[in-house]
Design a protein around this ligand. Sequence first.
Ligand SMILES: *Cc1c(COP(=O)(O)O)cnc(C)c1O
Length: 361
Amino acid sequence: MKSWEKHIKLFIPGPVEVYPDMLKEVGRPMVGHRSKAFQDLFADTTEKLKKILFTENDVFLSTSSATGVWEACVRNCIAKKALACVNGAFSDKWHSVALKNGKEADSLEVDWGKAIKPEMIDEKLSTGEYDALLFVHNETSTGVANPLYEVAEVMEKYPDVMFLVDAVSSVTGMKVEVDKLGIDVCLASVQKAFALPPGLAIFTVSKKAYEKAEKIKNRGYYFDFFVFKKYLEKNQTPTTPSIPQIYGLNKQLDKMLEEGMEKRFERHKEMADYTRKWAVERGFELFPEKGYESDTLTAVTNNKGIVVADVIKKLEEKGITISNGYGDIKEKTFRIAHMGDTKLDEIKELLEMMNEILGGG
Ligand SMILES: *Cc1c(COP(=O)(O)O)cnc(C)c1O
């Protein structure tokens, strides 16, 4: 058996475990991407996406990972200078993507594990230097959920600053009400809390974001909002999309709406509460600043000096896996994802295995 043929159940923060019903859905026969069948699929999928994102804005499907949509944001929405909120690996990378696209961007940095506070953003934006804010809602590298709702209140004072939100690992696991929050672009990829195979990202674009983009030169082609919009009017994508993921997404959205979004957020919170409680009871500390813990993954500080690689190896022998820390905090933390289709009982089973491996004390 090839190494990748063995099924190891994933409790890592992306890609997450894809359950058999979705694996079956993405295996449907193809339709042409200019066919009526595809237009129906596209229209139905984007209508349902609007519901789960609480928005009337246009919703797009991008055959790329979320990183591509970071590039879309910086190319379409920064004319002057962006302020990138940085408190982990993903937010740091988004900042660098802006710079690599030749845009001006400053960073507002706090230590990894700490949250970005609304007053910090307010102070920076009050200088009038910036026309876009790059804000990562859920920093997957540190397990910190930045206070999106409080930040959105500050953003009301700055209607000319584009509010660009990476909600990659929060959307559908934590509430993100795009219209109420005044988000100009909200982006996510489907291998996180949507629990689908990777290869597709989704994003919303506000009226204000179009008005801004219209005046910006060199938006490129693959991620130009107006190229997307032209095809949206026909319920199509500009280029051949990852149709399998769209089949899966459509079905997954039905499942979500059936479960009910509030219930879905509640399920994620219950799994998070259980995991945090387990960690603390075992004598570990939580890595995120208190009060800013994510509901879709738990980052645990390895204050007990366990050998994370050994624990992961033993879990994998049992057919299951979690994640070590990300980047600079690889050895200092470990991360347990509880998002997507995962149920509390599965988290209980995982943590029971962790108890067996870690032993008493
Ligand atoms: C995973 C992740 C990304 C990158 O997503 P890709 O789909 O791999 O490009 C960006 N931001 C956050 C917060 C993430 O968790």
